[in-house]
Ligand binder design. Sequence first.
Ligand code: ATP
Ligand code: MG
Length: 883
Amino acid sequence: MGDPVSLSAREIRSMFLRFFEERGHRCVPSASLIPDSDPTLLFTNAGMVPFKNVFVGSESRDFARATSSQKCMRVSGKHNDLENVGRTPRHHTFFEMLGNFSFGDYFKREAIEYAWELVTQVYGIDPARLVATVFREDDDAFDIWREGIGLPAEKVMRLDEDENFWSMGETGPCGPCSEIHVDFGVNPACKADVCDPSCDCGRWLEIWNLVFMQYDRDAAGATTPLPKPSIDTGAGLERLAAVLQGAPSNYDTDLFRGILERAQEISGVRRGTDPEKDVSLNVVADHARAVTFLIGDGVLPGNEGRGYVLRRILRRAARHGVLLGIEEPFLHDVADAVIAEMSVAYPELAERRDYITDRVRREEARFLETLSKGLIRLDEHIAKLAQKGQDVLTGEEVFRLYDTYGFPVDLTADILRGHGMSLDQEGFDAAMTVQRERARAAWKGSGDAKVEEIYARMANDLATSFLGYDRERVDSVVRALLVDGASREVATAGDVVEVIVDETPFYAESGGQVGDRGEIRTAAGRVDVEDTQRPSGDLVVHRGRIVEGEIRVGDPAELSIDAAARAGTVRNHSGTHLLHAALRQVVGTQAMQKGSLVGPDRLRFDFTHDSPLTRDEIDRIEDLVNEWIEANFTGSTREMPYADAIEAGAVAIFEEKYGDRVRVVSFGDASTELCGGTHAKATGQIGLLKIVSEGGIASGVRRIEALTGAGALRHIREEEETLRRAAALLKAAPAELPDRIAKLVEDRRAAEREIEGLRARERGAASSDLSAAAKEIAGVRVLAARAEGAQGKELRNMIDDLRGKLGSGVVLLAAEADGRVSLALGVTPDLTDRFRAGDLIREIVSLVGGKGGGRPDFAQGGGDDPTKIDAAFERFEALIAEG
Ligand code: ATP
Ligand code: MG
């Protein structure tokens, strides 16, 4: 076939970007794998994702043409290629998508001409190897390929909507597309009647998809032309590299060479010896890239959402490592090779090298611990199934593997597939649902299994509607009462009750926002509600104490929340969203929410980040948030069915809390989040946000605490008051405090130095006096003396002085203070063979009623009988005399 040039992936990437730059496109750096603008999407899965809002017109840019090389992941939602990876030569979890975009500028003709020129003239692919596809009804595109480009009719193929029509969602921009495919020639094994690029026999390789966004689709499915048609294209870098390097698969390109080389070195397995081993090597290489880039963008392994996807990929790779005979954690080493290969284009990887490899190592080590146990169990099951002539593993067992051994379902499926077996997905899903219900029913504060059951049963018959997004007071009817975990018809003053009604303004704790407090009144009684929870289904439970009269099932009731507390919570919740957005702007999108707590008087936000925030970062975050508060962005909420959100690749983390609809909360351009909480009408309501602390709470996780509104003001006042009090003590102005304190500290240090000098001099004089009292016993210079007033360290210093003065000898000092005796005993080095200070002091100290010990040359002790000091001295001298 002989395409003349062989280009490196790096060249292919930069030639693409340069080609479009030269044609008036702004070259935009890759956005994070975690989509910023779209909380319903798990990962960036195409080059157009960062421009979504530009296409729909809700955002604008100061350029109308753009080009990028975008990091993409296709492991979930609508585009999920995970199962294919390692088995097809063309699909990756992580890949780079090259693209050019026109925002209402040029359209079909230029898009096709550019693509054709780049592919054939710049990259030099032989036109004879290429075919184009168009949407069956798109005569414009067909004509451009036929007449403009001059492709023969049989090389422009009309395909159906499922192949060549693209849409962003159920409604919104959509349009036909046109793809460029490389033809590898007839596959003799192909069974299709008509083998065109929609056939997956391997003959065709899609390299570039050109999307012509030209219609707007409404809810009824009708399309109207867009005023400004746009262009969105995507070409996979790995596939282009394979074609341009004449490589049989993406894995044979230079993009993967170093990575696969590392995997082969570690495993000792060479490619091309065993097809199954090749699959494992490919999976390891592919997943190592995904894992490296995900962690680089701030995702951490976890049990839900993105963290769970990362965990699954990493575990899948680790498992294939085991299949390759590797017994130790090794993926961090492969990740290192990924960083070496990719950091030219993505320098952030090199910056975070240690962080990334460290995370990979830890997660893999943790997994390997449980893996071996799970594998043994799974092997047993496989053997049993084989014996019985069956080939489907039950859902319960798959669930047990997942629950106990951390086996992701796709890993189990993967292993089973290797034995020609499969699993009962429905059974697994059912087991998962049961577990989820159980988790849901586990209401904090009750922990009692019986109560959980009652709630679960109640939730079958009862549901509470939440009306509190815009109301503080609601009239309803008491439907059920619980006292001490038992259902009651009536409850009376003093009882701690749980009250269930039809409709409520009380927000039940979820998504970090605490439950509302307030009051429930009936004609005969009043309940002080302290907390609101949702223990099961749509059942909302108001928990509190009856403070007046009695409450009866069936009573009409008036429910009102503590509006002041709620207002504080609202300020703090919206403040949390702004804080989250500002944090991502200031330190990067790898700072991801790990948890939050929003109450009436404070907010707490936990996020992933591996170093403390600097003062400057904290200031910038505060500044941004307060700018947004000042800008007074209106708060808006959009709801969409949960199913739709999932269909569009939505994040499933919040599913339990919000039932079958998800809610998107935004404040202008500042922040957009999936959230079911209560929020400010406009950001101005927050008043002021002040960060009061920042610190680490676990490895790689940090916590910010902040205050808003009056709470923030109060905090600032308290700090001011502290300053004022300190200033009053020093008779200085607050602004002078730092200098004055620095001066005080300095003065104090000087004074201490002076005191120490005086003491040393005094000690010197004292020990000279004392040394004169030394006597000779059995040829040894011996000194036993009182050192009045000396304490602790001073005693020790004196012993040192005296040892020096005596040159050779044994010294015992006794000091009395507050009815206690301190003894210190020193032996000069030449005598430690004969007298050991520790042994001597133990013998002596018992006389003064205490304990002691130490080293051969120095020992200390103490007791509480000062009258025995002289006796101690006698004993000491006697011991020396004995030798
Ligand atoms: P395919 O049908 O081969 O899965 P696609 O129709 O899903 O491709 P698009 O959504 O049009 O692909 O994406 C644009 C381009 O991105 C494709 O032409 C291809 O070059 C590349 N691409 C898509 N999915 C992957 C993947 N999983 N791995 C590597 N490259 C991909
Ligand atoms: Mg695809």
